[in-house]
Design a protein. Structure first.
Length: 306
């Protein structure tokens, strides 16, 4: 039976009136009558007894209604859920962040998203350095805001949402701790601690393999978490390139953050599974951009203390 045939049969079985059935389904009375006749010919049994004044189900019609009703209801519910998911504003949106700054971006966007789409829950979780894309690939996250660039065949990414000036984290007793700024050439003078499993292209974007002079930069892949980074840097095990957000979120007496004058800011942007940019993801990204734009405009309007 075609879906429309099932709708006509079940509606007539409920209404027991051809004209009301036609009106309810938005079809002609002839269409209803023709469909029932075709079903009866196909099954070889009468489904309804009808006179000029009365319509009722036969025993075969009642049995068919019982058999079809439950399955049809499940199909309708499945279709409704699929449509709602396609529209994207029910269920949940799972968003990851890889740094406190990215977390701030997500929290602001999540507040705006919840206000606009109250039927869609936003779930937020941290993405660890040791497994940057694992949660996306396993389906645990719908998207995340993370360091760019991302060059993975199974992932898509959007343009940068926020940029964070780079700084060098060193132990408070390190010679660079007394500097106002450092350069890329200075990075060749000590061990540089970097994430253990970062893709090569991302590692090169974060910390170049060599300085402009051609001298190599000793990059030691040891870090699996930010707390580990802070502990190793504070104990003098090496230096680390970080964003300026560290001065707000990770201020410590045993660590000094020194601006790097000749490296561009670290960029953070949205990443999602290839082919998985649902309307929920698109709306969330648009709201994130809008919130950041409002923050920038607000900052330019605020008076500067002199």
């Amino acid at each position: 039976m075609e879906r429309r045939d099932i709708e006509i049969f079940l509606t007539l079985a409920e209404e027991l009136h051809f004209a009301r059935t036609a009106e309810r389904l938005g079809v002609s009375g002839a269409r209803v009558s023709q469909t029932i006749k075709q079903l009866e010919r196909r099954f070889g049994v009468a489904l309804f007894r009808r006179t000029s004044r009365h319509v009722e189900l036969t025993a075969a019609g009642s049995a068919l209604r019982e058999d079809v009703q439950a399955g049809y209801q499940r199909i309708q519910e499945g279709i409704a859920r699929a449509i709602a998911a396609g529209r994207g504003f029910t269920g949940s949106l799972r968003v990851g962040f890889s740094s406190p700054l990215a977390g701030e971006v997500i929290m602001k966007a999540a507040d705006a998203f919840r206000a606009r789409h109250p039927d869609c829950e936003v779930r937020i979780r941290e993405v660890h350095l040791s497994d940057a894309f694992g949660a996306l690939r396993s389906g645990e996250l719908d998207m995340q805001v993370t360091e760019l660039p991302v060059r993975e065949d199974d992932l898509s990414c959007g343009p940068a949402l926020v940029r964070d000036p780079r700084m060098l984290a060193v132990a408070a007793r390190h010679p660079f701790a007394r500097r106002e700024r450092v350069t890329v050439e200075d990075l060749t003078r000590d061990t540089l601690l970097v994430p253990a499993d970062a893709p090569g292209y991302l590692l090169d974007a974060l910390v170049p393999a060599q300085a402009p002079s051609g001298r190599p930069i000793l990059r030691t892949p040891t870090l699996t978490s930010r707390q580990e980074l802070l502990t190793l840097v504070g104990s003098g095990e090496g230096m680390a390139v970080v964003g300026s957000q560290a001065t707000r979120f990770h201020a410590r007496a045993d660590i000094v953050y020194v601006p790097i004058e000749d490296l561009p800011p670290i960029e953070y942007g949205p990443v999602w599974p290839a082919g998985g940019q649902t309307s929920r993801v698109r709306s969330f990204i648009a709201l994130a951009r809008s919130q950041l734009g409002e923050d920038t405009a607000r900052a330019t309007r605020e008076p500067v203390d002199r």
